[in-house]
Design a protein around this ligand. Structure first.
Ligand code: BGC
Length: 350
C-alpha cells in the first residue's frame, strides 16, 4: 500500500497548521484526509483477490494541494458547491454578487471556498476525524457567518462515511459536496470507460451551454443519461447528444429517488476487471456525475499524469443553481436551522 507519509502534509497556510490524518478500520482499509480543504487524499480498498489500491486521484504533498488542485481533487466544496448562474442571487430582497470563476458563472464557493482554507481538527480517533471551519459573514460575497463541520469515519463495514453539518447567523446559501475523483482500478491506471455505474434516478436536470440547469426536470429514458440499469461510462460519453456536448461528456445532476433527508442509495459503481464496487448513499436530493472531462495531463501521485476521463466524481448535493430555481429543493439555510448531509462510500467486491 502506498500510504502517504503524514510528514508530507506538515505545513502552515495563512497562519494555520496543516496535517494529514490516517484512518484505519479492522479490515485493513485506510483513508487519509487533510485539514486543508477537508480533502480526502487517499482511500485504499481491496479488489476481489484482496489486493489493495488507492482509488482516488490526488497529490503527494500539501504544497501541491495549496499551489494547485484546480480540479478540486478530494475537496469539500462550499459554501455553495456547483454553479450559481452569473454569480448572482437574491435573498430577502437583497441582491448578492459572487465571484465569477467558471465561464460566466460562480463555481464551488468562489476563489477561496471551503476547499482552499485550513479547517480546525476538533476530534481524532484511529478510525475518524472531525474538523470545523468558521466562514465569516461576507466571505466570498455570501451573507452570514457559517459554522461548518465534517466528520470522516472509516467503519468496519468498509464504509467511508462523511457527516456534514452547518449553522448560520443570517439567511444564506449552503450546499456542500465532496469532490473525489474515483477510479476503481486504482488512481492513475487509465480510462474509466469500462467501469459501470447504476444511478438511482429516473430524471436529470439538463443544462444550458454554460452547464447551469435550465430548470427542466427531464426523464433519462432513451438518453445517454439512462443509468437506471448498470451501464459502462464509456458507452454514451461521446454520443451525438446536446447535453453530452454541453458537458464535454458527463457533467450533470441526477434527481435521486429517495426522500431528501433520509439515507438512500444514489449510485453503484463497479469495475468488472478488479471486482471493486463502490455504493454511494446520501441524504441529499441529487448527485452530480462528472467524468473528469477537463483533466489534462495533471501531475498527480507518484509523478503520474492524470488524463481526461481517467476518473469519475459522484458529488452528492442539492441541484446546481437551486438558489435561483424556486422549484428545486432549497439550499437556503436560516438561523436556528441546521444543515445536515450524510454521504457514504461503501466498498465491496464481486
Ligand atoms: C463540475 C465541473 C467542473 C469540476 C471542476 C465539477 O463539480 O461539475 O464542471 O469542471 O467540478 O473540477
Amino acid at each position: 500500500m502506498n500510504i502517504i507519509p503524514e510528514e508530507s502534509f506538515k505545513g502552515v497556510h495563512k497562519g494555520k497548521a496543516t496535517s494529514l490524518y490516517t484512518l484505519k478500520n479492522n479490515n485493513g482499509l485506510v483513508a487519509q484526509v487533510t485539514n486543508y480543504g477537508a480533502i480526502i487524499v487517499s482511500i485504499h480498498v481491496p479488489d476481489r483477490e484482496g489486493n489493495f489500491k488507492d482509488i482516488v486521484q490526488g497529490y503527494d504533498t500539501i504544497r501541491e494541494y495549496i499551489d494547485g488542485n484546480d480540479p478540486y481533487m478530494g475537496a469539500v466544496c462550499g459554501r455553495c458547491a456547483n454553479r450559481i448562474a452569473r454569480g448572482k442571487f437574491s435573498l430577502q430582497g437583497k441582491e448578492y454578487t459572487l465571484a465569477v470563476n467558471n465561464g460566466p458563472n460562480h463555481l464551488h464557493g468562489g476563489i477561496t471556498g471551503f476547499s482552499k482554507v485550513v479547517w480546525d481538527v476538533v476530534k481524532k480517533t484511529d478510525s475518524s476525524v472531525k474538523m470545523e471551519y468558521v466562514s465569516p459573514d461576507g466571505e466570498e460575497g455570501y451573507p452570514g457567518k457559517v459554522k461548518v463541520a465534517v466528520t470522516y469515519t472509516l467503519t468496519d463495514d468498509n464504509e467511508l462515511r462523511l457527516d456534514f453539518d452547518a449553522t448560520t447567523d443570517k439567511p444564506t446559501v449552503v450546499n456542500l459536496a465532496s469532490h473525489s475523483y474515483f477510479n476503481l482500478a486504482g488512481e492513475g491506471s487509465g480510462s474509466v470507460y469500462d467501469q459501470e455505474l447504476m444511478i438511482n434516478g429516473d430524471f436529470f436536470t439538463p443544462t444550458d451551454d454554460s452547464n447551469v440547469p435550465t430548470g427542466e426536470i427531464r426523464p433519462v429514458k432513451g438518453t445517454p443519461m439512462d443509468f437506471t440499469i448498470p451501464r459502462k461510462i464509456g458507452a454514451g460519453i461521446d454520443m451525438d447528444d446536446t447535453q453530452i456536448k454541453y458537458g464535454a461528456g458527463y457533467d450533470h445532476n441526477w434527481v435521486l429517488k429517495h426522500r431528501t433527508g433520509t439515507l438512500g442509495l444514489a449510485v453503484v459503481a463497479h469495475d468488472p476487471a478488479t471486482g471493486r464496487i463502490m455504493e454511494v448513499y446520501t441524504t441529499q436530493p441529487g448527485v452530480q456525475f462528472y467524468s473528469a472531462n477537463w483533466i489534462d495531463n495533471e501531475k498527480g501521485k507518484g509523478g503520474k499524469k492524470y488524463q481526461r476521463r481517467w476518473a469519475f466524481c459522484l458529488e452528492t448535493q442539492h441541484f446546481a443553481d437551486a438558489v435561483n430555481k424556486p422549484h428545486f429543493p432549497s439550499t437556503i439555510l436560516n438561523p436556528g436551522d441546521e444543515y445536515k448531509h450524510t454521504c457514504i462510500y461503501k466498498f465491496t467486491t464481486k
